[in-house]
Unconditional design. Structure first.
Lengths: 286, 286
């Protein structure tokens, strides 16, 4: 049974996990660490963590389960460092939005009988802005929490048991767990998560240039505009690593959307427009 | 004071206007007409109209204010017919989503001292689907209702008075009225309403082809996906006339978004991506 958790990175996701663990009835200790101390103090004041650690490796070493809730390259860096200090009695897991590189590193650095275990995870939940201050105990309620576990891995019995218990804690936070191959995960999220984000960014940046200073903008924009540009508020810092670790799949998706918009543009006056609307209708009906 | 209103077209907007007029305290009569009788019967059963007329011209002739709540080309057709049967004691108004052609027709067919008045209107409210059954008395609450009135028009005193009273009824439905030049209106809605719609249609149609049959789709898609594709449910029948009456402006907006997406695609690994995110952030901050 898990009694000591370290959350490395107390931004929106890490802090929300702390709050959700408590809301789900978890009674053990939660130690927090954040690169910038301010976010850690906010997480502490919200009760998401019970104490703050000055050093991430020390916090990890004295815990059973270590949750990495930092950007993807920071996750990969911490994985390198942690693999040298943790034992088969530890389990590390994460919340990174792309999984191919992290899962490959997990196989290389963890997940052998004499090493700590690593369970790659990705909760399909978030907000368009980050930060501990907007953390929310209900963020994972009703969400799917994906694991890209590799069935070929042979973990130590202790870390395998911790992985099983962590899945139960994820369910206690209100999420439904599913399993996906890491390559399939990255291909799929390029379409259903990354493409929508980059589309909202492109649309918002375009509108900023074209009508951002129009005095009538606030009057004329309705729900459709607000909704289609909400993700435009997402900061680059949250998406840089995603762009860098899923580049080919995102390029392919963006190029396909460019062609699709051109097709609509060339067919505004033809019956092809109806077919395109019907395809779109079908996507929403299914 | 307005005592007799005819609503020609009892779909989502027409029926919602009837309900909103009643909710706002309007005590006069409301006569409804719809091309297909079923929608009229639903509007009647909901109390949005007090009676149904078999003929739109007769319903208009016996009313003071005639609201056209049909697609744009149907609006233009009815304008031609109504201009022959109405007198300077009538006011016609509409809810069409593009205003250049309707406003030009209003100047040609109405808005002279010996003719009926016409006040071109466009409530910035709607849903991604149509139909009387989902009409809503609160649809216009907090929304902006645009008028593209032409200050050069000289209406009969009676129709001018009815136009003033109609603006007050619009306020009673919870909307804020603003004035725009019709060409400016069409240029602006191409960016903030039509582009978001066609983008959602393109994205939904693309996803239908690429991942529509993926078994994991329902698991992996989150709020971002739902939000960015909600408008994909909009039917072609609601958008065909918009595509045909604001073609050049929509073509320009679509082409600009294609270029923007290509720019992001070519810069996923460069610092330009940060600048684009910051432009997008600015649009949401303003």
């Amino acid at each position: 049974m898990i009694e000591r958790i370290a959350i490395l990175g107390t931004g929106l996701l890490g802090t929300s996990v702390g709050l959700a663990l408590r809301a789900g009835g978890y009674k053990g200790s939660i130690t927090g660490w954040n690169r910038t101390p301010e976010q850690g103090k906010i997480a502490l004041s919200m009760g998401a963590v019970g104490e703050l650690a000055p050093d991430p490796l020390e916090a990890a070493r004295t815990s059973q389960v270590v949750l990495l809730a930092v950007p993807i390259y920071a996750t990969l860096d911490l994985m390198e460092q942690l693999s040298g200090v943790l034992s088969p009695d530890h389990l590390v897991t994460d919340v990174g939005s792309t999984k191919a590189q992290i899962t490959a590193a997990a196989g290389r650095l963890f997940n052998a009988p004499e090493r700590a275990g690593f369970l790659p995870g990705h909760p399909m939940a978030g907000k368009e802005r980050g930060g501990a201050a907007i953390a929310d105990a209900t963020l994972f309620g009703g969400a799917v929490w994906i694991f890209t576990d590799d069935p070929a891995w042979i973990r130590s019995p202790r870390s395998e048991e911790l992985a099983k218990d962590w899945r139960e804690l994820v369910v206690s936070m209100g999420s439904r767990t599913i399993e996906l191959d890491s390559a399939r995960h990255d291909a799929l999220v390029a379409w259903v998560s990354h493409l929508p984000q980059f589309t909202a960014t492109a649309l918002s940046a375009l509108l900023e240039e074209e009508v951002g200073s129009a005095p009538e903008l606030k009057d004329v924009g309705g729900r459709a505009l607000r909704e289609m540009t909400r993700l435009g508020a997402s900061p680059w810092s949250m998406w840089r690593d995603i762009a860098l670790t899923n580049t080919e799949a995102v390029e392919k998706a963006l190029f396909a959307l460019e062609q699709r918009l051109a097709y609509i543009r060339e067919n505004l006056r033809t019956p092809e427009l109806r077919d395109e609307f019907e395809r779109a209708n079908r996507f929403r009906r299914d």
